[in-house]
Design a protein. Sequence first.
Lengths: 359, 359
Amino acid sequence: MPTDPAAITSERSVVLQLNSTPAVQAAVGGLNQGSGPRVVPGRSIPVPESVSESFQRTIAMPYRDSEWKLDPPDAAGWRQAVAGLAAITIPAIEQMQSQLGVNVSETSIAGVPVFDVTPPTVRPENAGRVLVNTHGGGYVFNPGRASLLEAVVIAASCGIRVLAVDYRMPPDHPFPAALDDAFAVWQAVVDGQPAGTVGLCGGSSGGGLALATVLRAQQAGVALPAALAIQTPWADLAEVGDSLRTNEWLDSILVSYSAAPQRAARLYAAGHDLGDPLISPLRADLTGFPPTMLITGTRDLFLSLTVLVHRKLRRAGVPAELHVVEGASHFQYFINPFASESQDIFTEMRLFLDRTLAR
Amino acid sequence: MPTDPAAITSERSVVLQLNSTPAVQAAVGGLNQGSGPRVVPGRSIPVPESVSESFQRTIAMPYRDSEWKLDPPDAAGWRQAVAGLAAITIPAIEQMQSQLGVNVSETSIAGVPVFDVTPPTVRPENAGRVLVNTHGGGYVFNPGRASLLEAVVIAASCGIRVLAVDYRMPPDHPFPAALDDAFAVWQAVVDGQPAGTVGLCGGSSGGGLALATVLRAQQAGVALPAALAIQTPWADLAEVGDSLRTNEWLDSILVSYSAAPQRAARLYAAGHDLGDPLISPLRADLTGFPPTMLITGTRDLFLSLTVLVHRKLRRAGVPAELHVVEGASHFQYFINPFASESQDIFTEMRLFLDRTLAR
């Protein structure tokens, strides 16, 4: 039963003054006297002062209506939505690329289009190293050069060469096309150089895809990455994790799982079981995984997924480390990579890669 | 301006059906079209299915009205509230102690009362090791045997001897009495055995107090702990951290910072500057701190404080690791230490101590 939006809008005056006074404490306490779901009143949550002013401005940004609410009626509608978002994203990425002095050239590996992304200066310790990237975008968005935000920022921040896989996506190529492409590139890269010098990184859907690529490599007896850097992974597509509810409306990037993410999950799986570990690697046995770093934010819709992957890796004996960015929504440190919080987390990634990759 | 509680109660029918339908998405999206605070509608947040059934029952538990709302009018009122809570807590701890086979004896170190807490079996690697514990309770609650929950659970889970400091507290002994006592015990313990074999642990206010004790030891040139195990630290008493707002009403232990925590902060500081690093060690230079593990939960009111301490330690070059328990409110894994999530996190603590303490 849909709620009348007017009823919510008319609540705004209540929402905006709902500070925790004794009267409010009595009322909300009364609603939570029994066991079960937690009743949380409507609130206006201020921009936190516990982050830098630069990151405060990023946290304060409004929902991005070009993404979170998308609900295309059919394949043609999805293609149009993907192209529309790419038209916004690509100029922003090109500006970032130019600002950071990163070079991008197009190539192909194992028949899959790949971007070869090199920073203005490769750090000496990274001279022979390379990082394969599986980009985010809900397995639907960010084709071609729209995929490059992560690769550009990571290449520049860590001073390392990145090979960004431009894998196939739905509506034309659902699961397992993306995984087939990512694995084909992975296999070719570790055929060509010692696996100890190669890392794998990915965020959001690309984080789930990176985990699935390691699973596929394990199954095929192919060398694993020496380091796995995962940002806020979409590690289970079947609506898993407490933060999908607790951070709903707080995460200004994903906003609500019931909007675009749920639709993207169905589009990617295309009738396959969402519980398949190659679609939802949180359900896989993660024994034998390489050293892994995980990054998320306190307002991230995928905070729980990140935490659950971390715990599962640790229980499997994998050296896995977790880093959480105060106040950050899903992937938000990539949107403002210049904030001190973002610089801090990219420094962690650089040091992690240096600890785990061979020279 | 206090909100009329009747207005909130009457919203319940709206709150309970506020799923993320297109109509709701349009309404909430409209409220978040500008930069600034995030407007989050009232919701009923279900108990997550992403944790064990045992921990689901713990998460589902109602607010504990004996603690979070306390607002005594004067010192006599505080003494009565503290005694009232202890009368509930002590029998529960004694039952836990008996169930786990933990032995507790009373002693004193440097003139400070201390409980010597020993597990039924000390693990062989912990034979010469000891863990000093500064208990939680907002610097006000849990005097005497009411302090023993952490020490009993940790001693049994990690198979290690714990010395639990029964430090002085307000209203009779505000800051810096607790710190003076904790430091006096610390100094005496490391006078008596190699500091490499001694760890320090504490949660909530006890986590802040443990951090402050390390600062005091640094200032005094006294040996530091070889390992620091901190649970969800109250590392800043001046209302710092985004999760104080984002997890308000979701955390079923602390519930709302504006209730008991804020009052306890004022009572402890007793006119001292809340920004004093010995009261709010998040503000201190943490360079030179020992290897540290930090634990929090996704619903914890102090999620942000834990994350901020972790980041600050890492930036200072300290080997610090972060562990987050899915769905957990403040300190909630101590309330049900038998859930698999709790066992998992106590295993982490045992392994951390074994990695960092000398034999």
